[in-house]
Unconditional design. Structure first.
Length: 413
């Protein structure tokens, strides 16, 4: 990339076909928000939608809202909308529970469908909850399976006759490195393994086509690029060929074929419905739907194009403005290997990030030494990338990060 300037970034914003969508978010003035890969920004439509639901649907119509306003259909309705973002079809995605709970359901399904195979294969740098859930499930089913961890670039070659399921996060939460979803899926399945993808850091930011890839299972969260709000419910996808073949372990009443028959014995609902467990969180689902609707207003190819240009701009701006300041790029430079985030290593990453936040540039820190910046193409501008790089360079050059307040650790990093 040629030498950058703030004026050049402003020119990119002026011709950005997604620029109008930024106005659909309630972003605080004077803040550069680069943490949408942790918590998406608030859509302007969400407060009004929740107020309507609380005051009229719940407040006035009370329990009749389940039928009158279709609350009971929200898990599938929002699931069908998310399906359009991840290359799935109607009736293949449902919104329910958390990513961790959904991962438990699908890992159990994969192990049951892979009888005779004993290994869950993943990468060492996978998000910890995925690894913890695998460990917990292994213990619950009698310890006859084991979790095998390898380096990220060695996963495809590590699949063997013992491997029941490959469990990977599509975009690595630390580095932003993106796996070849279709390639790894094909390689694993050719050796008889199933593949479960965690799309938490990709759905809504980078192209995903589960159907074209022939994948088996996927999960993802609703509060990052889908902008569903803190703790928004998660989604899960099951390939149609697997949907009828498993009775999931969390056999709650709303996963029953006839939940309001109140039968004493469990009979799974047809298709994706059996992967629902308990009562839908209606307020959270309504907020998530508002965020997903904004993503559906954009062309997926346009989102990816802007994401790549934003991350390329930020990398170039940091390296132009902060040379020799002990920053080490962790994120792949190759566009096909990069998600929608940029991570740099720095020995003082925690206090540096706190100094940035104090200046109104919000990214986040990941242990032990990672400065992480997420680029949500719906609302992040090119001047945001420039301004964040300028603030980072100034903080490092002046040593402004080295203050006692910036060294204090918080509960959430």
């Amino acid at each position: 990339m040629s030498r950058l300037s703030r004026e050049a970034c402003a020119a990119l914003d002026a011709t950005d076909p997604l620029a109008a969508l930024r106005e659909e978010f309630a972003l605080p003035p004077g803040i550069v928000y680069l943490d949408g890969n942790s918590l998406g920004a608030l859509p302007r439509a969400t407060p009004a939608r929740l107020a309507e639901l609380i005051e009229r649907e719940w407040g006035h119509d009370l329990v009749t809202g389940w039928n009158r306003h279709g609350w009971i259909d929200l898990p599938r309705r929002v699931g069908d909308k998310i399906a359009r973002l991840i290359g799935a079809g109607p009736g293949e995605v449902v919104v329910a529970d958390s990513t961790s709970v959904n991962l438990f359901k699908l890992l159990a399904a994969a192990l049951r469908l892979s009888s005779g195979r004993s290994v869950i294969l993943s990468e060492r740098e996978n998000f910890p909850t995925d690894l913890y859930i695998a460990e917990g499930l292994i213990g619950l089913v009698g310890g006859q399976h084991r979790l095998r961890l390898v380096d990220g670039d060695a996963v495809a070659d590590a699949v063997d006759a013992e491997c029941a399921v490959v469990m990977l996060t599509h975009v690595n939460y630390r580095s932003g490195a993106m796996h070849d979803l279709a390639g790894i899926t094909a390689a694993a399945q050719a050796k008889g393994a199933l593949v479960l993808w965690d799309l938490a850091h990709s759905a809504g930011a980078v192209p995903v086509d589960l159907t074209a890839a022939g994948a088996d299972f996927a999960v993802g969260c609703g509060y990052k690029y889908l902008n569903g709000g803190p703790g928004a419910p998660a989604f899960l996808w099951v390939a149609p060929r697997h949907q009828e073949g498993f009775r999931q372990p969390l056999s709650g009443w709303l996963g029953h074929a006839e939940p309001f028959a109140f039968a004493p014995d469990y009979r799974p609902a047809p298709g994706i419905g059996r992967y629902v467990c308990g009562t839908p969180p209606v307020l959270s689902l309504a907020a998530l739907e508002a965020g997903v609707d904004l993503l559906l207003a954009a062309e997926p190819a346009g989102l990816r194009e802007k994401s790549l240009r934003l991350t390329e701009t930020f990398i170039a701006a940091v390296e132009q403005q902060a040379p020799g300041l002990e920053l080490s790029l962790l994120t792949p430079r190759l566009s096909e290997r990069r998600g929608s985030q940029v991570s740099f290593r720095h020995a003082a990453a925690w206090p540096v990030m706190q100094a940035l936040i104090a200046r109104g540039v919000i990214g986040d820190f990941r242990a032990p030494d990672i400065l992480r910046f997420g680029f949500a193409p719906l609302y992040t501008r090119f001047v945001d990338a420039w301004d964040a790089a300028a603030a980072l360079a100034d903080i490092l050059k002046t040593g402004a990060w080295d203050q006692p307040d910036f060294h204090r650790r918080a509960a959430v990093t």
